[in-house]
Ligand binder design. Structure first.
Ligand SMILES: [Zn+2]
Ligand SMILES: [Zn+2]
Length: 385
């Protein structure tokens, strides 16, 4: 090896060392699975439950069903015993806890609710890896190719760690709804998704030494979106500026059409936009489009005037399950109804899940798919502590 090659080799080695530092994250995460409860039935299939309250009062319970009631500011009744919040509930290793219709791995904490007085939240304490097993089947179909499930595992793991403090002020890390990621516990688990989580254990996506925002959506309809049009940032990171996607045409949401009554649209706008006076809506026009052709701004013409509204905001105000995207192809008015046609489902930023499904079927690996939808990112492995 000549001197020139040695310098290049040493430089590459040095760069690889500084680009991939070890990321150490906490092994366990707190997920709120039920909030603002005044009463709760906790079932289990364990030999016994170990219960400990804030004053170190201990209980060992062998009953399969225990009833919990809120008493006052800091106390609850657990199986007839008065305990101080927060209360830890730990099943023996052979069993699981059931809250409502779902069973869960891990331990639980009952703690005072931050959002509603005189109530408590039910928090599942679980390792991030086991948490993901209850998340992936809620996001994608367990029958999809394993590489697609691995892509979702890395995206969801990265999201979980990046958003670890999202609900910190409420005393937990993430909620179990679409606000964070839908989590169904052990009941939601599927064998193939568990394999995908285990095969990608600790793997996360990074951009320039930081965790990447691994946002995802169902179907992009042909091109993913530049994040600045959705989250109103002046600049978007290079890996979230949108890529062409010729893979999601088999999605049931690749093209969509819906119709809505004029008065429903008018009332939704009136209820959600401050200080606005809207008469009968006569026309909804796409006023401007992004570089990828999605609607950027809509012009609403009504009997008392007109106004502009961000197309993505319009979708969220009206109903994101009916108006599936802001990629409107046409908006027509006939009688008392508006007829919408459009492409894709979701905010369309980042990973296209249906595109991922098809790319995996075509033989692309998990790493290739992630790098396609998040260009210039790198997969790294975290260490749990
Ligand atoms: Zn949340
Ligand atoms: Zn797509």
């Amino acid at each position: 090896m000549n001197k020139h090659c040695i310098i290049i080799f040493s430089t590459l080695l040095y760069v690889s060392i500084i680009v991939y530092p070890s990321i150490i994250v906490k092994k366990y995460i707190k997920i709120c699975v039920a909030s603002n409860m005044t009463t709760c039935k906790i079932q289990n299939n364990a030999k016994q439950l170990y219960i400990e309250d804030a004053c170190n009062k201990h209980l060992l319970i062998t009953k399969k069903i225990i009833n919990v009631f809120f008493i006052n500011q800091n106390t609850i009744s657990v199986d007839g015993c008065i305990l101080s919040l927060p209360v830890l509930i730990k099943p023996s290793e052979d069993g699981f806890i059931f809250i409502g219709l779902n069973s869960y791995r891990g331990d639980f904490i009952l703690q005072k609710s931050y959002t509603l007085c005189n109530s408590f939240d039910v928090i599942n304490i679980i390792s991030i890896e086991n948490y993901l097993k209850g998340v992936i089947p809620k996001e994608v179909n367990e029958n999809w190719d394993i590489e697609a499930l691995k892509v979702q595992s890395i995206a969801s793991r990265t999201y979980s760690i990046l958003n670890y403090k999202k609900h910190e002020h409420q005393g937990f890390n993430l909620c179990s709804t679409t606000h964070c990621q839908v989590y169904g516990g052990l009941s939601a688990e599927a064998k193939k998704c568990n394999i995908a989580v285990m095969q990608t254990e600790g793997k996360i996506l990074m951009y320039k030494g930081e965790l990447a925002h691994t946002v995802f959506h169902s179907t992009c309809g042909g091109h993913t979106e530049n994040s600045k049009y959705i989250w109103y940032k002046a600049k978007s990171p290079k890996y979230l500026r949108g890529v062409k996607c010729s893979f999601c045409s088999k999605s049931p949401y690749f093209r969509w059409q819906e119709n809505l009554d004029e008065d429903l649209i008018r009332n939704k706008l009136l209820n959600n936009i401050e200080q606005i006076n809207i008469g009968n809506i006569q026309k909804i026009k796409v006023k401007s489009r992004t570089q990828t052709g999605t609607a950027k701004t809509l012009k609403i013409i009504h009997s008392k005037g007109k106004f502009l509204i961000c197309a993505y905001q319009f979708r969220l105000i009206i109903n994101p399950y009916i108006i599936k995207s802001h990629a409107f192809s046409s908006i027509k008015h006939c009688g008392d109804k508006f007829y919408f046609t459009g492409k894709g489902w979701g905010h369309m930023v980042g990973l296209c899940q249906w595109g991922t499904k098809v790319m995996a079927e075509q033989g692309k690996t998990c790493s290739q798919i992630l790098k396609y939808f998040f260009p210039k990112t790198k997969i790294n492995t975290i260490q749990y502590q």
